[in-house]
Design a protein around this ligand. Structure first.
Ligand code: ADP
Ligand code: MG
Length: 744
């Protein structure tokens, strides 16, 4: 006898639903016992990391000071120092039960990669006995050489030189990933080719931090901060995500293959009532969050807030901001932890920008600012006239950077997933603009009119610039429709997609700022020949305020009027990824990356090619999956429904009933026809397109021709879903997937 297997999806759909709402809560008490069930977070925070604090404690004095020199002055790490670090790291890891180590790096696929090696090595003793010992050397720590031929290089590595090199990034702490049956030491690493070409997303970010620091220091010295040594950027990345029950995901080939639903009719109840946002968190989800936070704390990731987001089954987590490079690594790790822990709770964490049509998508708000080596936030209005002049100067440099490089910033957040969000009346529009709030708008407007040009204390006091109120404390003047908004003491780049590696948009932003600092320094030098310092700075601010006016926008970014207005202002409007990626091919629009040495021309070209290839591949997968769903799930279901309708019609004896029923059949047939026509049209277009070989041409064809045809097919299928008997419908429906948590 065969085992009892569910014979049709019509059976497993309701079963999946019941199983989902009855899923037991996974408790984390047992694991927490290990650290003491009630022990405060501060006691185990970062216990799975090995960073500067641990190195200070565990390393010999001179080794530690050599490491600091490397960090501060970019000096090469002496071999002996590398050996002592490796030995301390090994001791620490082995004591924690670690068996393997891996170089953890960020190839241009957008995610992270790792290659594991065991610590064990064979030692020959005097009597030629073999003995296994744990060994980890300085050169293993500092550099590994993966066979990198299967990572994308965008044509930069020729095949005879397929190797890539990985090198430890000492600015980011080492960390241990714990899984059910073992632990692995991860070494945050950069990945580059033989000639030093960046093959990853981390190298440009590190370069951009340096570029910004150098350019900002030069500028600040002229503004009057003569002793400034370093400027760091800070990042707090708010992460949005969806959680759906694993049993539903398993029944949805589209979710499995593409991370989003390719079809699905909106449920009667979506987010209209706005009752999910900040509502109480379902207990099953809360127990997931608690375990995820527990794991993140051990990794030294300071997650601070958790709440429901706007769409049903959508949630958000936000950390306390950190230095750019660390925050960026931490966001990647956070995404990994969310996915891993969700599975343990029988759920799938969807990081896709648009898993469900008709409800909000997910973004990742990048809160960004700059701080000097005293820890002062340069975008924080201060208490003295000088601090406020510095604030206005830095603010105007940001305006200049975004104004000049809006197109490139749009390109930096382009992805097939984000295309469903940007400009879709729920997320920031595909037009980059800056929102400052009415207070700053007022100040900038009076500066523009020359009211505060003298820059003397009295003038500035007149204007109120000496006491720009502490905006960050109570900053209610928000604009949720702005892609790049000032929020009191930082900017929030809101258009970044939820699944993206933030290193990409952040390195573009940093480079743009660095470039703007450079130009502003040169201009300030000229003005200073004629004017005193504060007056000169205010004159520069005025110049920039005038020059960048077009980028400031305080109205509704979702409105059609804004699109027309933006066009009039000459701002770039790049609605889709293919349009946005073309910016990378434009020398002028990307010159700031070259000027600041964040990317070379060759590296920009390679990134363009990789992005095009990824776009085409992603869409090819989605299109194949949609065609398969239509032909193996939907059309057969419609055929069954047709039979049912026919049988029912046969059985009817009342002429009145038959007549009305005929109308129902006609309605169904018309939708069935739309599905079949939609399928045939789309299939023909897809097959024809795939005969083409030029990727760039295919990308354009996909966005102009294939996408509209796929949307039509989807619309017809979603229509059909509303006409087919619930018993026959083969896929979990939106209402089941999205609202199940309400019952848990
Ligand atoms: P908001 O009300 O704007 O969401 P929060 O204080 O909750 O403000 O901050 C949101 C995110 O911004 C958090 O991740 C926070 O750590 C981060 N953040 C705050 N200050 C800065 C800063 N100076 N630089 C970068 N990120 C910051
Ligand atoms: Mg926010």
């Amino acid at each position: 006898m065969s085992m009892a297997i569910p014979t049709s999806t019509a059976q497993s759909r309701p079963k999946a639903f019941l199983a989902s709402v009855e899923a037991p809560l996974r408790k984390i008490d047992k694991m927490r016992d290990h650290y003491g069930k009630e022990s405060p977070v501060s006691e185990y925070f970062g216990c799975m990391t090995f960073g500067l604090a641990q190195m200070r404690e565990k390393l010999p004095k001179d080794a530690y000071s050599n490491l600091l020199k490397t960090l501060d002055h970019g000096k090469k790490l002496p071999k002996e120092t590398a050996e002592s670090i490796a030995s301390a790291v090994k001791e620490w890891s082995v004591s924690k039960g670690v068996t393997h180590f891996c170089h953890w790096f960020q190839p241009m696929t957008g995610s992270t990669a790792e290659k594991h090696d065991a610590f064990i090595s064979i030692q020959h003793s005097n009597h030629s006995e073999l003995r296994v010992i744990e060994r980890f050397t300085g050169s293993q720590l500092i550099q590994g050489e993966p066979d990198a031929s299967s990572f994308p290089s965008g044509g930069m590595r020729s095949t005879f030189e397929a190797r890539g090199y990985t090198a430890w990034d000492p600015t980011s702490p080492l960390f241990i990933i714990e899984e059910e049956n073992g632990k692995t030491l991860c070494i945050p690493t950069v990945f580059f080719g033989y000639h030093g070409q960046a093959l990853d997303n981390k190298t440009p970010l590190l370069r951009s931090n340096d570029a910004l620091s150098t350019a900002a220091c030069e500028f600040l010295k002229m503004v009057g901060d003569i002793d400034v040594k370093k400027v760091a950027t800070t990042l707090g990345a708010e992460q949005e995500y969806f959680l759906v029950d694993k049993k539903f995901a398993a029944l949805r080939p589209d979710l499995l293959m593409t991370g989003r639903t390719l079809i699905g009719s909106s449920s009667a109840r979506g987010q209209q009532l706005e009752d999910h946002y900040f509502g109480s968190i379902p207990s099953r989800v809360k127990s997931f969050m608690q375990e995820a936070e527990f794991e993140l704390y051990k990794l030294g990731i300071p997650v601070k807030t958790r709440h429901n987001e706007v769409a049903p089954s959508q949630f958000e987590l936000a950390p306390i901001f950190e230095d750019m490079n660390i925050a960026s690594d931490h966001n990647l790790l956070t995404m990994e932890v969310l996915k891993r822990v969700a599975l343990k709770h029988g759920m799938v964490c969807l990081l896709h920008e648009k898993p469900f049509a008709g409800v909000n998508g997910s973004g990742k708000h990048n809160n960004w600012s700059m701080a000097n080596d005293k820890g002062e936030n340069l975008l924080e209005p201060g208490h003295t006239p000088h601090q406020n002049i510095r604030f206005l100067a830095c603010l105007s440099v940001v305006l200049r950077a975004v104004y000049r490089n809006a197109a490139a910033m749009r390109a930096a957040i382009a992805s097939p997933g984000n295309d469903h969000r940007l400009g879709a009346n729920e997320a920031p529009p595909a037009i980059i603009s800056v929102f400052l709030g009415s207070l700053l708008e007022g100040i900038l407007n009076s500066i523009e009119q020359g009211k505060a040009l003298k820059g003397t204390d009295e003038q500035i006091i007149d204007l109120g610039v000496d006491q720009i109120p502490n905006i960050s404390k109570d900053y209610t003047d928000r604009n949720r429709t702005s892609p790049f908004a000032f929020t009191g003491n930082k900017f929030e780049f809101r258009a970044v997609g939820s699944s993206q590696n933030v290193a990409v948009p952040m390195s573009f932003l940093n480079a743009a700022i660095a470039d703007a600092f450079k130009d502003s320094t040169a201009e300030l030098k000229e003005i200073l020949k004629k004017k005193k310092r504060d007056e000169a700075v205010m004159e520069l601010v005025r110049k920039i305020v005038k020059e960048t006016k077009a980028i400031r926008f305080a109205g509704n970014g979702y409105s059609d009027e804004w699109k027309a207005e933006a066009k009039k202002r000459g701002l770039p409007i790049l609605n889709t990824t293919p349009e946005a990626l073309e910016v990378l091919k434009d020398k002028k629009s990307t010159q700031f990356l070259v000027n600041t040495k964040v990317l070379t021309r060759e590296e920009i070209d390679s990134r363009y090619h990789i992005a095009v290839e990824r776009y085409v591949k992603t869409l090819d997968i989605e299109h194949t999956a949609l065609l398969e769903l239509a032909s193996t799930y939907i059309i057969p279901t419609l055929e069954k429904q047709m039979h049912q309708l026919g049988d029912a019609h046969e059985a009817m004896t009342s002429p009145a009933l038959k007549k009305v029923h005929k109308a129902r059949i006609a309605e169904f047939e018309s939708v069935f026809l739309d599905v079949l026509n939609g399928y045939e049209t789309f299939l023909t277009k897809v097959e024809k397109s795939r005969k083409g070989h030029d990727e760039q041409k295919r990308m354009m064809e996909i966005v102009k021709d294939l996408q509209p045809a796929s949307f039509e097919l989807r619309a017809a299928i979603d229509q059909a879903e509303l006409l087919v008997s619930d018993e026959l419908w083969p896929l979990p429906k939106y209402r089941e997937i999205l609202l199940a948590h309400n019952l848990s």
